[in-house]
Design a binder for this molecule. Structure first.
Ligand SMILES: Nc1ncnc2c1ncn2[C@@H]1O[C@H](COP(=O)(O)OP(=O)(O)OP(=O)(O)O)[C@@H](O)[C@H]1O
Length: 470
């Protein structure tokens, strides 16, 4: 037919061959296009698929759900994970095995076939390909779950089931999110709620802070009728290892809130991404900015430092700009309140300041008691008293004391007997070794009055006008 047509056109033999090839090629390409189209059409009409991306929280639900499926325990190609963000049900051992980290079994990347509610379901798990020099932690993953049918009901059921399982599991935990390199929140870990009683600070400070936060959470209307931005800020400042971060985690547990951590030295963070992140936090949560002094020394310019690309004004806009989320609690921690710019901690941004210092003798006593809850209380109280008088007041951090007591988990008497030697060894060797050098800095860093602020528990204005200090 093509030759007849070519003859009619009066073209030569060579051109006729070319024309034939072109037509055949075109037909083949068309057939391929239509078969692809037809397969896609057929798939659309007969298969339903749900897709989960590792950048979204639903990815954690689905991994958790998968790890609970009988198939995950049978699959011959499976991946093993110990991290909480890729969580699932741990296969716990007994005795000493129970001290090992939890292990989660999940279907490995690839294709898997199993049943869900008597329906055949297939799953494909894919990892993005790493490009040279790319951080492996930045690789994304995608899971697709499909089944035959036209109704998505069954997959929706699966998603809701996964979500419910996950949320139920989270109820006894504090979930921590941090910003990923795409400028989105990513669940990084969840840990059992830390009881407030495990934080050794004067109880009136704890009660005051928790009551203050609870009052805030229940006062949305009060704020809106007065046109006051519905936000509350706490600044926890003081010596390293004094319990600032631990307190924030306990507070989150007590209030049933999740924590969104911003690391200002994260190089991929810009003013815009920070602002978007803060906007995207849920209305009830704790936004935690740790070591805020490390990012900004006293404001000399509005530029970002060499270490990050967030500017000081960018930070201020993010935490209380128009777009900033209402209802959130901001917690900032610092070891150097004197390095912070007044603007950052002015009332309205920070409403309450809490000073944390090195261990006082009453704190050392309480910490000791908490270490041996299973032992006879009168006996332990007497030992605790003996222990605390041997500990120099406000010289050692609570973290330091905790580290010492860890060595005597089962032996309170030994702890009492050894504590003086331990303290002497800390002081003696301090001029020689590196670890001990840290001790010097620690001992020198006691100064609870260095910021014109008294010990924890006594409200005093630091700057005027200023939020209360606890
Ligand atoms: N007041 C405290 N009560 C109970 N545990 C404490 C206290 N202070 C510190 N610890 C213990 O010491 C460790 C370090 O505490 P944490 O990280 O909360 O201190 P921090 O003040 O935030 O330190 P940094 O300023 O270095 O970040 C934790 O394991 C915590 O349990």
């Amino acid at each position: 037919m093509i030759s007849t047509f070519a003859e009619k056109l009066g073209v030569g033999e060579f051109a006729t061959g070319g024309l034939q090839l072109a037509v055949i090629g075109g037909l083949l390409a068309g057939a391929r296009y239509f078969s692809d189209y037809f397969i896609a059409f057929l798939k659309k009409k007969t298969v339903v698929t749900a897709e989960f991306d590792s950048r979204d929280e639903s990815y954690s639900w689905i991994l958790n759900w998968l790890s609970e499926q009988p198939y995950s325990r049978r699959a011959t190609q499976f991946s093993v994970s110990t991290t909480i963000s890729r969580q699932g049900k741990p296969l716990t051992g007994e005795g000493i095995d129970s001290l090992l980290p939890a292990v989660y079994f999940l279907p490995a990347p690839g294709f898997h076939l199993f049943t869900y509610r008597n329906r055949l379901v297939w799953l494909s798990r894919e990892r993005s390909q790493a490009v040279a020099g790319q951080n492996v932690n930045s690789l994304t993953e995608r899971i697709q779950i499909s089944t035959f049918g036209r109704s998505r009901h069954i997959l929706q059921q699966l998603v809701f089931e996964a979500q419910k399982q996950f949320v139920e599991r989270d109820q006894s935990r504090t979930v921590v999110f941090s910003a990923d390199q795409y400028g989105a929140w990513r669940r990084t870990r969840s840990r059992p709620k830390r009881p407030l009683s495990s934080i050794v600070i004067p109880s009136h400070v704890k009660t005051h802070l928790i009551d203050d936060a609870k009052d805030f959470l229940s006062s949305e209307k009060w704020y809106s009728t007065r046109g006051i931005p519905y936000r509350r800020g706490y600044l926890l400042f003081g010596t390293p290892g004094s319990g600032k971060t631990s307190f924030v985690y306990s507070m989150a547990g007590e209030l049933g809130l999740n924590i969104y951590v911003v690391n200002l030295s994260n190089k991929s963070l810009t003013d815009d991404t920070l602002s978007e992140l803060v906007c995207e936090t849920p209305s009830r949560c704790i936004l935690l900015i740790e070591d805020v002094d490390a990012a900004f020394v006293q404001r000399t310019s509005m530029e970002g430092t060499k270490n990050n690309s967030v500017t000081f004004s960018g930070l201020l806009n993010s935490i209380d700009g128009v777009a900033a989320q209402e209802g959130r609690i901001l917690c900032m921690t610092t070891n150097h309140i004197d390095r912070l710019d007044d603007a950052l901690i002015r009332p309205g941004r920070i409403d309450v300041r809490v000073h944390f210092g090195n261990a006082t003798q009453p704190q050392a006593r309480e910490l000791f008691v908490k270490f041996y809850p299973h032992m006879h209380s009168k006996y332990i109280t007497a030992l605790a008293q003996e222990f605390s008088v041997k500990v120099p007041n406000e010289k050692l951090s609570m973290a330091h004391l905790q580290g010492f007591l860890m060595k005597y988990k089962q032996y309170p008497e030994e702890a009492v007997n050894q504590v003086e030697d331990w303290i002497n060894s800390q002081n003696k060797g301090s001029s020689t070794s590196t670890t001990e050098k840290e001790d010097i800095e620690l001992l020198d860093a006691t100064a609870p009055h260095a910021y014109d602020t008294p010990c924890i528990g006594t409200p005093t204005p630091i700057r005027s006008p200023s939020p209360p200090v606890l």
